[in-house]
Ligand binder design. Structure first.
Ligand SMILES: Nc1nc2c(ncn2[C@@H]2O[C@H](COP(=O)(O)OP(=O)(O)OP(=O)(O)O)[C@@H](O)[C@H]2O)c(=O)[nH]1
Ligand SMILES: [Mg+2]
Length: 464
């Protein structure tokens, strides 16, 4: 992306709205704005960061296209650190597109996706983690994601990474000094102390890497698959969980033949729930295909819910599905058993679960009468995101790019520790030092290549 041009774009979503905003940024922003706006003062003489009333005009004919409010913002105190003008127009799609066309004909070019934020980055106003957080903010679907993104926008992650990087650079400089002054017989730094410092850094990085396990749930939501025999109430459970009649429910076995999903935010986290085709040996082709798809969703889900019909337990079939799920859902992937249709059970004390209580969490529910549904939703969020980690102020990694680079940095530090332990000469540590420092730099963009920048900023929408 070239940064000398003056760029413009519509920064509000396309659709009917009260107002629309056209943003102009770059060296010629004021010159371009002067050609389309008429207010009480010339653009170049306007006060910075003040809202003016005026008209969007055709300079040649004097025709008025719209009555507008506009803000002139002088560099460097702007989002991009360049001169900027924001014009609040009326919100019709046709109108605002037409106004943008006129702005573009006066010497600005259309901004590429993310280009305003890219300029903020290139001009040093924000680092990469902050730019990525802006993208997350635009996409945020839950309150928690928004809060994490806001913290990242203001630079929390940036300063933590910088702190770690500085600590490594510090040790690196000691190592380099020992190479340079080797002939002068200087006092060498105690190796054990350096190893201890590196271990401390390593622990901090591990904590951040681990936090991604939780962070990714906040960012991408928790994926939950509902499995079980035909007719046990899987579709009814999906409907109950999301509080809408999303899926067709019927007493005919084999009703659901494809994957159907629904979403709901619970405890500030997005739950992405899929209902699947009931598992049974099937003679019908479409149903077989559905069963195949059901099995595929298992790979992708974080949580499996096995639904068992309490009023009609089929030990062979139910246990077969249970064993199949048990092999796929362990460790970080959780398995729940929902005994459904509790409303049909007359004496609950006589009910015998077919799966041992400590092998997967069991809950008694009724999808039809909405019994135990909130408990089940709480169990989803509690099993994946412990309360402790929500409360504290630790950095949460929500971006897989960050997590991967942290892993590489962690490996680099591991090699350095080994090097010191084995008395490897300082010359041979230099590469691991510089690589580790570079991995961390890539997170904040201090060492980012052009490809990476293109990849990150192309994910934005135009006008941001
Ligand atoms: N009494 C009672 N009936 C329920 C409950 N949950 C579901 N049902 C009934 O059980 C039947 C099957 O429900 P579905 O939700 O279609 O079951 P499914 O597991 O999706 O079935 P397939 O898609 O055919 O595999 C319907 O008649 C539902 O009304 C419940 O909690 N209590
Ligand atoms: Mg169904």
């Amino acid at each position: 992306m070239k940064t000398e041009d003056t760029i413009a774009a519509i920064s509000t979503p396309m659709g009917k709205g009260g107002i629309g905003i056209i943003r102009i940024s770059g060296e010629d922003a004021f010159i371009v704005a002067e050609k389309v706006l008429k207010g009480s003062k010339r653009i170049s003489e306007s006060e910075s960061h003040r809202v003016y009333h005026g008209y969007f005009i055709n300079q040649e004919s004097g025709e008025i296209h719209d009555e507008v409010m506009y803000i002139v913002m002088r560099a460097p105190n702007t989002y991009t650190r360049e001169d900027m003008v924001e014009i609040n127009t009326h919100g019709g799609v046709y109108l605002i597109k037409n106004l943008l066309e006129i702005v573009l004909s006066k010497g600005a070019r259309i901004a590429e996706p993310g280009e305003f934020t890219f300029r903020a980055f290139i001009n040093g106003r924000i680092d990469l983690t902050q730019a990525e957080a802006v993208a997350d903010l635009i996409e945020a679907e839950s309150e928690k994601v928004m809060k994490i993104a806001v913290r990242q926008v203001v630079g929390d992650l940036k300063s933590s990474i910088k702190e770690i990087r500085d600590k490594i650079i510090d040790i690196y400089s000691i190592s380099e000094a020992e190479i340079d002054f080797v002939e002068e017989d200087i006092e060498l730094e105690d190796k054990d102390i350096l190893i201890k410092r590196l271990n401390g850094i390593s622990d901090g990085i591990i904590k951040m890497i681990e936090s991604y396990k939780i962070g990714r749930y906040y960012k991408d939501g928790i994926k939950i698959g509902i499995y079980g025999r035909v007719n046990v109430g899987k579709s009814s459970l999906l409907n109950a969980l999301i509080g809408k009649d999303r899926v067709i429910v019927s007493d005919e076995p084999g009703t659901t033949r494809d994957i159907i999903d629904g979403e709901i935010t619970h405890n500030g986290v997005l739950l992405k729930i899929v209902d699947t085709a009931g598992l049974r040996e099937s003679v019908v082709y479409v149903e077989k295909e559905g069963v195949k798809r059901t099995e595929l969703t298992m790979e992708d889900s974080d949580i499996a819910v096995l639904v068992i019909d309490m009023s009609d337990i089929q030990p062979d079939e139910d246990l077969k599905i249970y064993n199949d799920l048990k092999n796929k859902f362990f460790g970080d992937k959780k398995l729940f058993i929902a005994y459904n249709k509790i409303d049909l059970i007359k004496d609950i004390n006589k009910f015998k679960p077919i799966i041992n209580g400590n092998e997967g969490v069991s809950l008694l529910v009724s999808a039809k009468e909405k019994i135990g549904i909130d408990k089940l939703k709480n169990a989803f969020t509690e099993s994946t995101i412990s309360h402790k980690s929500i409360e504290n102020n630790d950095i949460l990694i929500v971006n897989i790019r960050h997590q991967e680079l942290l892993k590489k940095a962690h490996e680099g530090i591991g090699r350095l520790i080994k090097g010191y332990e084995n008395n490897v000469p300082n010359e041979f540590l230099a590469l691991d030092f510089s690589e580790t420092i570079e991995y961390l730099g890539k997170i904040t963009g201090d060492a980012a290549g052009e490809d990476l920048l293109d990849r990150i900023f192309s994910k934005f929408c135009i006008g941001k």
